[in-house]
Design a protein around this ligand. Structure first.
Ligand code: ASP
Length: 406
């Protein structure tokens, strides 16, 4: 007999049971954790070969450099606009709700703020792109250099003699299909993996942290909800005319995976798979727009950075002037571009903005307790923005054949 419960329903059951299980029976989390780690590892195992082969194939499908250039331009414009919209949503909310003014929070003991501070500089974003050694970058899971190497590999394959070009095109397409096949298998494990991840999270973090940080949590979450359910769907609908909530439903499995793994990078195999198969976004677009998006387009992270920094200033009773808030907006954008698609990357990058506006790094300690939970919501928002981007680019590239799945 075939399995009758649809996969996304199984995943929702996994989310609910996992969250409850962790709260009610935290003593078993050591055992459940093993499954959570295995599921995460299976996803991560696919990421680098998938990014590499999907981007090379994406360039090769496009046939010429001009169309890659055109698509990249549209992609970047979309990324910048949506990230700025997200940041402004957060900025307006945090200025109206003023969660920090009402707060009475202390830095929790044992938080090593210096350890969280990162020695990042803006020039790093650019110099990190070119690898010293591509195998080392792959082994370390550094996504930006791998993207760079994949793009130039694809570009120069197009310049080869026909026999070599055809051979390599076939090779990369086959390799990409293989990665997608393995992804199909990992997806079957998603309900169990997600159950285990949520079990571990609620068992380890507990729910009491919400008491002191409720207003801050509520402000970030409201911003994310507005961006996720109103701004992005509105943009998608105005440009493509497709029903944005039907689209959201088609993407429910990757969205819940993003929520439970807190990693856009680890979710990437599923995001690509569902956009191609459920929505009908062509390979050349999904394989191109999504790996870039998982690394540099992080609307949820950008919104959260902005709210968190202004909240920290409010807690310290510091009024940020208009120009200081403008610095927060710009650095939030840059930081969201530079943050890796891994859990809590946004928190680590926070130190850059705090330094930029001259706030104490200890401020990170004020928000750390609920970060694990906010990370889940912002990662789902990041992945939804990448997906909406792929839908929009797909429509702009070929209006008549866009998205048979919708
Ligand atoms: N966890 C987020 C992501 O993977 C990044 C962040 O920490 O905000 O998209």
């Amino acid at each position: 007999m075939k399995n009758k419960i649809p996969l996304h329903v199984q995943i929702i059951i996994g989310v609910v049971l996992g969250s409850l299980g962790g709260v009610l029976f935290p003593q078993f989390s050591g055992f459940v954790k093993i499954f959570a780690q295995l599921f995460l590892k299976l996803l991560k195992m696919l990421v680098i070969p998938l990014i590499f082969t999907s981007l090379v194939s994406g360039v090769l499908y496009s046939k010429d450099a001009a169309s890659v250039g055109r698509m990249s331009f549209k992609t970047f414009v979309y990324y910048i606009i949506t990230s700025l919209l997200a940041i402004l949503t957060g900025q307006i909310l945090v200025n109206i709700l003023k969660p920090g003014v009402k707060a009475s929070v202390k830095i929790p003991e044992g938080v090593d703020v210096q350890h969280l501070a990162t020695n990042f500089s803006y020039s790093d974003i650019f110099t990190r792109i070119v690898p010293d050694n591509i195998f080392q970058s792959m082994a370390k899971g550094e996504v930006l250099p791998v993207i760079f190497f994949a793009l130039i590999t694809g570009f120069f394959i197009l310049k080869l003699k026909t026999e070599h070009k055809d051979f390599l095109t076939e090779f990369f397409e086959s390799f990409y299909s293989l990665m997608m096949k393995i992804t199909e298998f990992v997806i079957l494990l998603a309900p169990y993996g997600i159950f285990a991840l949520l079990y571990k999270t609620t068992a380890e973090s507990g729910l009491s942290v919400f008491k002191t940080l409720f207003f801050y949590f509520f402000t970030v979450l409201s911003g994310l909800i507005i961006h996720f359910f109103i701004t992005l769907p509105f943009l998608g609908y105005v440009i493509t005319g497709k029903n944005p909530y039907a689209f959201m439903k088609k993407m429910i499995t990757p969205l819940l995976t993003a929520f439970s793994t807190s990693s856009s990078s680890a979710t990437l195999p599923l995001t690509i798979k569902y956009l191609q198969e459920n929505v009908g976004v062509p390979n050349r677009i999904a394989g191109f727009v999504l790996p870039l998006g998982a690394t540099i387009n992080m609307d949820g992270t950008a919104l959260y950075e902005c709210v968190a920094v202004i909240y920290i200033a409010q807690c310290y009773g510091i009024h940020l002037t208009f120009s200081q808030q403008a610095v927060v907006v710009i650095t939030s954008l840059l930081v969201s571009i530079g943050a890796a698609g891994i859990p809590m990357a946004g928190l680590v990058m926070m130190s850059i903005i705090l330094k930029a506006v001259g706030l104490p790094l200890e401020g990170i300690g004020l928000i750390i307790a609920v970060d694990r939970f906010l990370d889940m919501f912002r990662t789902a928002t990041n992945v939804f923005s990448d997906s909406t981007g792929a839908l929009i680019i797909s429509y702009l590239e070929d209006k008549d054949n866009c998205c048979p799945g919708l």
